[in-house]
Ligand binder design. Sequence first.
Ligand code: NDP
Ligand code: 2IT
Length: 445
Amino acid sequence: MAENLIAIFDEVVARNPGETEFHQAAREVLESLGPVVAKHPEYASAEVVRRLCEPERQIIFRVPWTDDQGRVQLNRGFRVEFNSALGPYKGGLRFHPSVYLGIVKFLGFEQIFKNALTGLPIGGAKGGSDFDPKGKSDAEVMRFCQSFMTELYRYIGEYTDVPAGDIGVGGREIGYLFGHFKRITNRYESGVLTGKGLTWGGSQVRTEATGYGTVFFVAEMLAITGESFEGKRVVVSGSGNVAIYAIEKAQQLGGLVVACSDSNGYVFDEAGIDLDLLKEIKENRGRVSDYAQRRGSGVRHVKDGSIWDVPCDIALPCATQNELNGNDARHLAAAGCSIVAEGANMPSTPEAIEVMRGAGIRFAPGKAANAGGVATSALEMQQNASRDSWSFDHTESRLGEIMRSIHNRCLETAESYGQPNDYVAGANISGFTKVADAMLAMGLI
Ligand code: NDP
Ligand code: 2IT
């Protein structure tokens, strides 16, 4: 890392003690920015990098709710509005027991650059709660969402901040959140949330967008070497929103997806994942172990062990942060894996990325490869603003174009900074310069 950037990184660590995921995300971006700040002294004199590392606003609030037994429960809510140079704050809400300020900040920080890469007018934010929707009834989830929105509504709006889903927040939660926002504000403000249902302001393809987009991005990488998904063995971790639609599109393009997972283990299905069965199980909030049981012989459920032990040509981590470590990367390399693309946010540890680089695995970072979700959220905002709704085919083709343009922008930027084929450098530099130039233009903000 360049010397002036080390000083900024040290300041990030000192100002955000204990927030290790945020430190990791900041380090990864700052490590790419040396050549950029060397070429653009104006960024240093205006302290653009230091300002970018400090969120514009951080909101932390109490979320009390009652469970089905009438007992009072308590959670903590967060919204970190990180940067609004390019547009209203935009980014998902995560409901998971592991959520704390460091996770929300890492996600919000990544979101700034990801959103810039989409080419659409959206700033970066993230939010969520340490609430665990697992095992809760619909009524409990509803009461929690209503309490969460009772505080959050003050800070969000079509022109201010537009939340969406992430881990533990899907169509059901967005419905409860939107319903309560509408009730307490007396405004049908469609553009305040994305990921809405198709009959009440949602966009076609938003549900599929992150997984589809990741696969479109990989298809672009494959095309460079004259290849395609046809006949490739694919492993996808997770079995949530991103994983399911990554599996669907990889299969549509001719890939054989042989494994997926949840936090209790992975399933290995040599014949290829039966997606209809998996979807049915997940719609009823089941587990991948149920999949193995229902699918019968030939399918293994492995409780202790890493999904990355399964040999594949293409690995798509689509579950959570730091789920693919150095050892996993070594196993993937030894088994001949040639592409790793992140459907999740920061699923690869820094050591894993180092190992993949050394082994010649082509690596697509999440802020480029999973940008299709938020890009389609921005398309939902466009449709809401014009009170229009587009067809599935039209929206999917817009998503495809956006992923192609992100892919090409990463490669062109990496090339122009003397780091050909480095998608990490390309994504970080391209996202950063767009935000930095907007910040410079707007004066000291
Ligand atoms: P879901 O809640 O739909 O699914 C999450 C999946 O990951 C589940 O299978 C879950 O298993 C697994 N998982 C979560 N936490 C862990 C953990 N600690 N260890 C092992 N497995 C875990 O979330 P999404 O599919 O929406 O999100 C997945 C990833 O994609 C996240 O990193 C998210 O930030 C990222 N992302 C999501 C976007 C979106 O539009 N939804 C857009 C861009 C990125 P289990 O059920 O056992 O918890
Ligand atoms: O990480 C992400 O990009 C998301 N969870 C989607 C955010 C959004 O606003 O659609």
